[in-house]
Unconditional design. Structure first.
Length: 323
């Protein structure tokens, strides 16, 4: 089957991102700093967008050109951003990333009825933001991996920046999803316990801090279990309709989708890479179905008997005790 021309696919995708023609031409004109008449000629196919112009628009509107190239093969391409250890000079890079993602998620949650689905290989933000010590540890370890600064060699002396300490309040303003499912990587607590142990053995955290983090982590799991049992726990801000799964195998990545009737967002993250797709219905639907498919190799704990949940959480406590 003959493939369509990439330029034609690109113009179609621009129309998918901004359906109203006048708004699209106005936005493209602002991005490229060209007259609207010049944009109109390009959209009408009288003049082609240059490679430079396509690149600028693709980056600004989050369009994956690889995805357009391979659309007919029914595959989904994620543009990977590789995270380089000790690349940054301050934790502001993480603050900027968190602020931007919270803004995107907030725009979706305020756009009417919305849902989300998530596969997690690390603690979800919404679960640890009400546990100050775990929250400090989660952001500290990011700094230790990615920020080239001696301050991340001493947990005791490091203080959580104000921009990160306000996340709890910000998250409550955007957590308006009516329906959600979580797929918890079955090696999540094991991997986190190994990180805690590594920091302890490198003398970055003290014996007392190690025990306090372990106790906080147990408290988080206990409140999560009670929430799944039907007990209302105010500082586990899960959505009204939630399904909680645990994977049967280690997966090693985090992927989420957020969707309202008009807006969509999907992310894919490993320990040292990150990808994002935004407001492309066809591509986002593929990612959504891909995330949902992992329920087929997972166990549903939120609607199973309390015995199954108890066994799962007891196993997690034993992992933490062995740190």
């Amino acid at each position: 089957m003959k493939k369509r021309d990439l330029h034609d696919e690109f113009i179609d995708e621009l129309g998918n991102r901004i359906p109203k023609r006048a708004d699209l031409i106005s936005r493209a004109s602002d991005i490229l700093r060209l007259e609207k008449e010049s944009i109109y000629r390009r959209m009408a196919g009288k003049v082609n967008f240059s490679i430079r112009e396509m690149g600028i628009l693709a980056k600004e509107l989050h369009i994956s050109l690889d995805s357009l190239l391979y659309r007919e093969e029914d595959t989904q391409w994620f543009p990977f951003i590789l995270g380089i250890p000790l690349k940054f000079h301050s934790i502001n890079a993480l603050c900027d990333m968190v602020d931007l993602n919270l803004k995107r998620i907030g725009n979706i949650s305020r756009a009417g009825p919305c849902e989300t689905g998530k596969v997690y290989h690390t603690l979800p933000l919404e679960l640890f933001i009400h546990f100050p010590l775990i929250m400090k540890f989660m952001f500290f370890k990011w700094g230790n991996y990615f920020v080239n600064s001696e301050e991340f060699n001493n947990f005791s002396r490091w203080e959580l920046p104000d921009r990160l300490s306000t996340i709890t309040e910000k998250y409550h303003d955007i957590n308006n999803f009516q329906k959600a499912f979580y797929i918890w990587d079955n090696s999540l607590i094991w991997a986190l316990s190994k990180e805690i142990d590594n920091f302890y053995r490198m003398h970055i955290i003290t014996p007392q801090e190690k025990e306090e983090i372990k106790n906080d982590l147990k408290s988080l799991l206990l409140k999560l279990e009670k929430t799944l049992n039907g007990t209302f726990i105010p500082n586990i801000p899960l959505v009204p309709q939630i399904a909680f799964y645990v994977s049967s195998i280690p997966m090693g990545f985090t992927s989420c989708y957020y969707q309202s009737e008009t807006q969509r967002l999907a992310t894919l993250q490993t320990n040292f890479s990150f990808s994002l797709l935004e407001n492309s219905k066809e591509n986002l639907d593929k990612v959504k179905e891909w995330i949902k498919s992992f329920r087929n190799i997972s166990t549903l704990l939120s609607e199973s008997g309390r015995i199954e949940r108890r066994l799962f959480f007891e196993a997690q406590y034993k992992i933490i005790d062995n740190i």
